[in-house]
Design a protein around this ligand. Structure first.
Ligand code: MG
Ligand code: MG
Length: 264
């Protein structure tokens, strides 16, 4: 059952989404060759605690850390290790925060030093597809319209859309109804209504869409070993239109990058 949120709840959720956005912004300048994911995890844990939140992933389904750090062919749910990042890697950092009774959930794929043009193009397209999905998050549309927009944009560029993992409703629970697949058909699925809050999170592969799970029970990797990207925003439907509660702006400020042009 979908739990639609009041304006007051959405304002509280904005704070959770902003804290997780600030956490990724704090991490952004730390992500460079030689740094370990476990170090990033410790920084994130301390930052969230210092700002009045609780790490949202830690202990959830027995996950052992604050961050999911998924490197190169790892799609999502990577457990932070002490293996140092290398020049040319990408690292998808997914972070959850629980604060004032509500979750924030946000992810960004970072470049470690210089990445290849092919990988850079994948990252750009994955992020752009997220905004294509957000554009569809309006009263009058359906959940399938979101997935269709993401799938169309990325498959037109030759990329693979992961099927096994999806976006989701967000609220007092990290994973609420509805599921929000990154593929779909126009005009299909649940109607989008005022007060819907969802995490939209395309997971897009350079090669095949197929993935496999590693024996640790967490790590999901691409079946062909090619790079995967993951970007996630928290989006509320307010006055019939999408409002993005999270932001990549803290990352861009930290890295001196231009902000996204958000149409929503
Ligand atoms: Mg999520
Ligand atoms: Mg997430």
């Amino acid at each position: 059952m979908i739990k639609y949120k009041s304006r007051e709840e959405i304002e509280i959720m904005r704070e959770s989404a902003q804290l997780v956005s600030k956490t990724l912004g704090m991490l952004a300048p730390e992500i460079k060759p030689g740094v370990t994911p476990l170090h990033l995890d410790k920084l994130a844990y301390d930052f969230i605690k210092d700002h009045g939140g609780e790490p949202g992933f830690l202990g959830m389904y027995d996950f052992p850390n604050t961050l999911c750090t998924s490197i190169n062919e790892q799609v999502v749910h990577g457990i932070p290790t002490d293996n140092a990042l290398k020049e040319g890697d990408v690292i998808s950092v997914d972070c959850g925060v629980f604060m004032n009774g509500y979750y924030g959930d946000h992810a960004y794929t970072f470049e470690v030093g210089e990445v290849s043009p092919e990988v850079k193009a994948l990252l750009d397209a994955t992020k752009e597809s997220l905004y294509k999905g957000i554009e569809q998050t309006c009263v009058g549309k359906r959940i399938g319209d979101i997935g269709y927009a993401i799938q169309k944009y990325t498959e037109d560029r030759g990329y693979g859309v992961v099927r096994e993992l999806v976006g989701h409703g967000l609220g007092k629970v990290m994973h609420e109804d509805p599921q929000v697949p990154n593929y779909g058909r126009q005009g299909r699925g649940k109607k989008i209504q005022e007060g819907l809050v969802i995490a939209i999170e395309p997971m897009i592969n350079l090669g095949t869409h197929r993935v496999k799970q590693l024996p640790d029970g967490w790590n999901i990797v691409t079946a062909d070993g090619k790079v995967s990207a993951h970007f996630e925003h928290d989006v509320a439907v307010v006055d019939g239109k999408p409002e993005i509660l999270s932001t990549f702006d803290y990352i861009y400020e930290a890295l001196g990058l231009p902000k996204d042009v958000v149409v929503a």
